[in-house]
Design a protein around this ligand. Structure first.
Ligand code: COA
Length: 152
């Protein structure tokens, strides 16, 4: 099992993973068009967890966007295909991406906005910013100064 950047031809499959929660009652076709045209999605880099050439989970990484400070990254749109959920794949992907950003990208902290119970992310080392959905994972020595990135 390993992580790599997603390839363009995989994007529709990635978007499909979140349709059940982010589809908001629109048709699958309309949802796909919205994802393909999304400036937010185009602003980031998608990563996928792979095993046996199959995509098991995905997320997007942002840098230099949404008022994220230098050397801080954002992650979002974490999703696993319905049939693969609750097998630890999203946790594995978040952990591997975290390790990669801290070890090789000079990352000081990773921010996210959680749509789900924050416990999922706190188990993965993310700290809640009191009173909001924002959480961050600090590298050693990072001091959070209280300034939040814009919602992403
Ligand atoms: C959330 C999600 C990415 C988890 O993927 P996964 O591969 O099943 O994750 P893991 O197996 O590593 O962890 C499963 C844990 O996720 C948590 N979880 C999943 N869905 C959740 C939800 N809607 N609310 C709160 N926690 C949730 C639970 O703690 C679960 O643990 P449990 O099996 O002990 O109950 C997946 O359910 C998904 O794609 N959901 C739709 C998209 C979404 O809501 N993404 C979150 C954006 S912040």
């Amino acid at each position: 099992m390993y992580v790599r950047e997603a390839q363009c031809h995989e994007l529709d499959a990635i978007y499909a993973m979140g349709f059940d929660v982010w589809g908001d009652g629109i048709s699958y076709e309309e949802y796909l068009v919205g994802c393909r045209e999304s400036q937010k999605y185009q602003a980031g880099t998608w990563y996928v967890l792979i095993d046996n050439e199959q995509i098991l989970s995905s997320l997007i990484v942002y840098q230099n966007k949404f008022a994220l400070k230098d050397d801080c990254f954002g992650i979002g749109s974490v999703a696993t295909p319905n049939r693969f959920r609750r097998r630890g794949y999203a946790s594995k992907l978040v952990n591997l991406v975290k390790t990669e950003l801290f070890a090789h990208r000079n990352c000081k902290a990773i921010f996210l906005y959680s749509d789900i119970d924050q416990q999922f992310y706190s188990k993965l080392g993310f700290i809640t910013v009191k009173g909001c959905d924002c959480m961050y994972a600090p590298s050693p020595g990072f001091e959070f100064d209280g300034s939040l990135p814009a919602y992403f």
